[in-house]
Design a protein around this ligand. Structure first.
Ligand SMILES: Nc1ncnc2c1ncn2[C@@H]1O[C@H](COP(=O)(O)OP(=O)(O)OP(=O)(O)O)[C@@H](O)[C@H]1O
Ligand SMILES: [Mg+2]
Length: 464
């Protein structure tokens, strides 16, 4: 640094000739390809560190301490006694002779099943899921970027899996962050949720063509891609992950294509109910019977994919930070939700009214805003104000900012994948506590909703 600039702010005394020497040549379109290739190489390098031999992510092990503290609520001595009495149960492995025992999540699930079958009924080893009712779909959405949608959805999926639920995660964001977190591999848009939308449209067109033929009109052509989509089931798109009870429908950049294709289809067939596509297909393919919970991560936009995800959802979670800008833009997001869904309803109901048919309306079991990355020292007042205006819509738990998130590398995504031995125990306990509490608030909502449906089903049965 030249001596005459000492003490001045860094933007004074910049020599244009020095600046010129630093800038390199202008960038053309091909320059983006070169930058993208460099990122891909760096990503592959990161991804290759700490993966197992098959090149896939591997979930860490769980210690007796963690299991009895967080997953199966029994005293450690009792836990050890039960294992000793049942040599067929997983016994865990230890790094040193006589050292602490560690278990895979698969083994933890087996142990939980054993305790649930043999242990005290009052302990609720297995989470509540009313029999015969479908899985609950949870969409996490906000028009604003970077508010914690993916982090919240991923942590809830992991908490629910640790709690014993069977979880499907659907990534509707072509950024594919959720897919990376769960180590998914997606070649192109045909391995994302896109073919489910294509099939829904293809089936609509086919039914429409039947009506045309019946009227003696020429059918609309089904192109090759649509014909192929007619044979794709949700199960063909679902991949397993390094979590034994979390599966994934992944995303990658090409999924963005849906935002162009869907409106073209809709123009060609005005009667196609595009917003029902995801729900209908998941239902028809039995996905809602195979899982307990389906978490849908959406992009920071209110496009067709997000509309599909939101329309499919039973529970809508809207994460936002306790800052003026995020509160402001989240308010506008709700405004957009209102106008978008109201205009769909209006469009549908004009015809319904004319034909004397019942009108349609969207409904969500619950809609909750969730404060994320909360800093009690700075944001108490703003949060209290948000609470005052949003009332029950704002989830009572504020998810704290924690250093445990976002610092981990490619291999470890968030608190539940991190090994507590890598952190100060206090830091770990606090970080975990805030995400456990986020899950607890969500689970109260879920159980209340399921219970409401269970009672309604029982009443309906009794009335017969
Ligand atoms: N509780 C938290 N504490 C600390 N950092 C957090 C927390 N939640 C999220 N973050 C960080 O905030 C950033 C944005 O989070 P995330 O990717 O989940 O947001 P998003 O809404 O999904 O973003 P996008 O709109 O791009 O999809 C990430 O770097 C994430 O690690
Ligand atoms: Mg995201």
């Amino acid at each position: 640094m030249a001596k005459d600039t000492a003490g001045l702010p860094p933007y004074f005394n910049i020599d244009p000739d020095v600046a010129l020497a630093e800038i390199g040549t202008p960038t053309g379109t091909a320059g983006f390809a070169a930058i993208a290739a460099a990122c891909t190489q760096g990503r592959a390098d990161l991804a290759s560190r700490g993966l197992n031999e098959a090149g896939r992510k591997q979930l860490r092990l769980f210690s007796t301490w963690e299991i009895t503290r967080y997953l199966i609520p029994v005293a450690q001595a009792h836990f050890r006694r039960v294992l000793k009495q049942n040599p067929d149960l997983p016994q865990g492995t230890s790094e040193t002779a006589g050292g602490a025992k560690w278990f895979t999540l698969d083994e933890v699930l087996k142990l939980r099943a054993h305790f649930a079958a043999q242990g005290s009924k009052a302990k609720n080893y297995r989470p509540y899921r009313p029999e015969g009712l479908p899985a609950k779909l949870v969409a996490v959405a906000n028009f604003k970027g970077g508010v914690g949608k993916t982090s919240t959805a991923a942590h809830l999926a992991m908490s629910a899996a640790l709690d014993g639920y069977k979880v499907l995660v659907i990534d509707l964001d072509s950024q594919g962050s959720m897919t990376s977190i769960f180590g998914g591999t997606v070649e192109d848009e045909w391995q994302t949720a896109f073919p489910l939308l294509a099939r829904h449209y293809g089936e609509h067109l086919r039914a429409d063509n039947q009506r045309r033929l019946d009227r003696g009109e020429a059918p609309q052509p089904l192109d090759e891609a649509l014909t192929e989509a007619l044979d794709i089931r949700a199960q063909d798109l679902i991949q397993t992950t390094h979590w034994p009870n979390i599966d994934l429908i992944g995303a990658q950049l090409n999924l963005y294509w849906a935002e162009f294709q869907v409106p073209v289809w809709r123009m060609a067939a005005r009667g196609w109910k595009l917003w029902d596509a995801l729900t209908d297909r998941l239902e028809e393919d039995g996905v809602l019977d195979d899982y307990d919970l389906v978490f849908i991560d959406t992009p920071p936009a209110l496009g067709y994919l997000t509309i599909n995800g939101l329309a499919a959802a039973d529970i809508l979670l809207v994460p936002l930070g306790a800052s003026f800008l995020e509160f402001d833009s989240t308010g506008r997001f709700f405004d957009m939700l209102h106008s978008t869904f109201a205009s769909i309803e209006d469009g549908e109901n004009v015809a319904a009214r004319a034909l004397g048919r019942p009108e349609m309306g969207f409904e969500w079991d619950a809609v909750r805003a969730v404060i994320t990355r909360y800093d009690a020292a700075q944001q108490g007042e703003l949060s209290a104000l948000m609470q005052a205006y949003l009332g029950q819509t704002l989830s009572p738990h504020r998810q704290d900012f924690t250093a445990l998130i976002g610092q981990a590398g490619e291999q470890v995504s968030g608190i539940y994948e991190a090994d507590y031995r890598d952190f100060n125990r206090e830091t770990y306990a606090r970080g975990r506590e805030t995400f456990d509490a986020t899950y607890a608030a969500f689970k109260r909502l879920l159980l209340g909703i399921w219970r409401r449906e269970e009672l309604a089903a029982q009443q309906a049965e009794a009335a017969q």
